[in-house]
Design a binder for this molecule. Structure first.
Ligand SMILES: C[S@@+](CC[C@H](N)C(=O)[O-])C[C@H]1O[C@@H](n2cnc3c(N)ncnc32)[C@H](O)[C@@H]1O
Length: 271
């Protein structure tokens, strides 16, 4: 199963530290959509493929209850370690077999995860568990992202592009679905009322070390590491050195600006 890629404890720990928190731009987009289609109350949101729970926690302030579900027990364990609002819980489970009652969920959301699911089985479960007019939101980030620091932004972005090129041979077919910006996922959404929002910009400020950790958290870096650990390690260390040199700084704790764009599919269950 593709989710096996995320099962290891060390990988889950990297996720906890180095994944992108739910961007407010996506959170607002989804909440406004849900408000428009179904309206309040916002009782239950379910975050599928929640990993270590970054997106789950981002929703907690807006719902009575938020449940994060992930196939990987190690990811769920990491998610539970982090504190948060008392209305969040995490459970190990599968996107294709959601343990929620029929018509009980207001929002099903999946961040950078739906490309790992069996879309047909997942959609059947979404249809079953959503309330009438309830919504599903499937978002992901476009790569490569841009990096900005003083006047060397172009060079830094080039280093990022090179890193993604190095990792490309280790990408699974599933990651290609994300690369294709969820075109086939959109087609597989069975609700007639559906739309996509492209080019959602957001920013993050992170250190060189964080960016290195982010790369190490990617499923395709993990595959590279299993096949050739020395070359994998050398590739991220080279990237780190290239950043330091381009920026003219000595510390990997130096912070730069990451500029991302995300895309998001939104759909609402018929009444
Ligand atoms: C790339 S991570 C995304 C994690 C998180 N949502 C984020 O935004 O960082 C994908 C997650 O989906 C989970 N996953 C993959 N297939 C799954 C399935 N069929 N059911 C539930 N979770 C699954 C993996 O274990 C992994 O934690």
């Amino acid at each position: 199963m593709a989710s096996r890629l995320f099962e290891e404890r060390e990988h889950a720990a990297l996720y906890q530290k180095y994944r992108v928190p739910l961007p407010s731009q996506i959170c607002n987009l989804v909440l406004n959509y849900l408000q428009r289609k179904k309206g309040k109350p916002f009782s239950l949101a379910v975050d599928i493929g929640c990993g270590s729970g970054q997106s789950t926690r981002g929703l907690a302030a807006y719902f009575e209850k938020v449940v994060g579900i992930d196939a990987s027990g190690a990811q769920i364990e990491e998610a539970r370690k982090v504190g948060g609002l008392g209305n969040i819980s995490f459970r190990q489970g599968l996107a294709e077999k959601l343990e929620f009652e029929d018509g009980s969920v207001d929002l099903v959301i999946a961040g950078a995860a739906v490309h790992w699911f069996d879309m047909e089985m997942f959609m059947k479960e979404v249809e079953r568990v959503l309330k009438p007019k309830g919504c599903v939101s499937l978002y992901c980030y476009r790569v490569p992202f841009e990096l900005h620091y003083n006047d060397c932004s172009e060079h830094l972005t080039q280093i990022v592009q090179e890193m993604f090129k190095t990792l490309a041979p280790y990408e699974s077919e599933k990651s290609q679905i994300a690369r294709n910006e969820y075109k086939e996922v959109f087609d597989a959404i069975t609700f007639p009322d559906k739309e996509r929002v492209d080019n959602i910009p957001f920013e993050q400020h992170e250190s060189i070390s964080w960016i290195k950790g982010f790369f190490e958290s990617l499923s395709y870096y993990q595959t590279f590491q299993k096949k050739d650990p020395e070359s994998a390690k050398a590739s991220v260390e080279r990237m780190e050195q290239n950043f330091l040199q381009a920026m003219g700084v000595a510390s990997s704790e130096t912070v730069l600006e990451m500029k991302w764009t995300a895309f998001c599919l939104l759909a609402s269950k018929p009444e």
